[in-house]
Design a protein around this ligand. Structure first.
Ligand code: MN
Length: 302
């Protein structure tokens, strides 16, 4: 069974001790296996406190982040690249100290709207930097997952196929692809085939809907998405990610364009998403068995 998680922004926009405690306790009370915390600035995370609260609540943790433009490891600028590498290494230390095992997000470029094409040299330097960070992460059993996002948030990995190419270019066993159905809905020609084709490279998955509000209340064919995850034999973590102006503050609000209030009650949103995800996964598993095991001619039964 996939471990199910919820993004911290369903609860809180920051990670002060009070915010962390509330986000952790609420995620555990709703019944999630782990929380995904934003490490846009890993230095503000109190790792000892976080780890203690997680242990008390019996909850796991993963992290996600994106690089700023002045720390863009794909920019071709050695100073920006050095700052980006330092931030990624800092995130690895934070993740290790909190007891986490996965860091996802836009680790390979800046997180924002580019106005120019990426360069081959920039992509190669990004992969080379990630290879070094991955080696450090491997010492703490941490996997880096490269999130494929829409064209307004990076100029490198916009499709699952590009994510697989990038992961192969990095070429480390602990570097995998992170897919997010919200972004796939914008960029992929066929979401289900993109998931199946990513196959064994898939290491992390974000669910959500077309408007990033209540799961199932948008226009994405989520039944097809969950069936594709089961068909791809994906057993990794699945995190529900949703943003409302009710919680998100700057800079994320501005980068992601969170202008509307899509929900008020994080607990209602998160409980519903957990029920919905479990029901969809169960239905998708039964659909797969129906197709592969239960629909055979009665031959060889005497
Ligand atoms: Mn995402």
């Amino acid at each position: 069974m996939n471990k199910l998680g919820v993004h911290a922004f369903v609860w809180e926009k920051g990670w002060s001790q009070d915010e962390a405690a509330r986000a952790i306790d609420r995620s555990a009370a709703v019944g999630y296996d782990f929380i995904e915390a934003a490490a846009l600035d890993p230095s503000v995370i109190d790792a000892d406190y976080t780890r203690r609260r997680l242990e008390q609540a019996g909850l796991g943790i993963n992290f996600s982040l994106g690089l700023d433009f002045d720390e863009d490891i794909s920019s071709g600028d050695p100073e920006k690249r050095a700052r980006g590498k330092a931030k990624l290494e800092n995130a690895v230390r934070t993740c290790r100290d909190c007891g986490g095992s996965i860091i996802g997000g836009i680790l390979y470029s800046a997180f924002g709207k580019y106005t120019t094409q990426p360069t081959a040299r920039g992509i190669e330097e990004s992969a080379e930097t990630l290879r070094a960070v991955a080696e450090m992460a491997a010492q703490s059993d941490i996997t880096l997952v490269l999130e494929v996002v829409n064209r307004y948030e990076t100029n490198i990995c916009n499709t699952a196929a590009q994510g697989v190419e990038m992961a192969k270019l990095v070429g480390a066993p602990n570097v995998k692809v992170h897919l997010d159905v919200y972004h796939m809905n914008i960029e992929e020609s066929d979401i289900a085939s993109a998931i199946v084709d990513t196959g064994e490279h898939l290491g992390y998955f974000h669910t959500g809907d077309s408007h990033r509000g209540y799961l199932g209340s948008g226009s994405i064919d989520l039944t097809a998405v969950f069936r594709a995850l089961v068909r791809a034999k994906y057993r990794g973590p699945i995190t529900f990610e949703s943003f409302s102006s009710r919680v998100v503050g700057q800079p994320l609000e501005g980068i992601l364009g969170i202008w509307r209030n899509l929900w008020e009650d994080g607990e209602d949103l998160a409980s519903h998403a957990l029920m919905y995800t479990k029901a969809q996964l169960k239905a998708a598993e039964e659909a797969e068995r129906q197709a592969r095991e239960r629909s055979r001619l009665p031959l060889g039964r005497g």
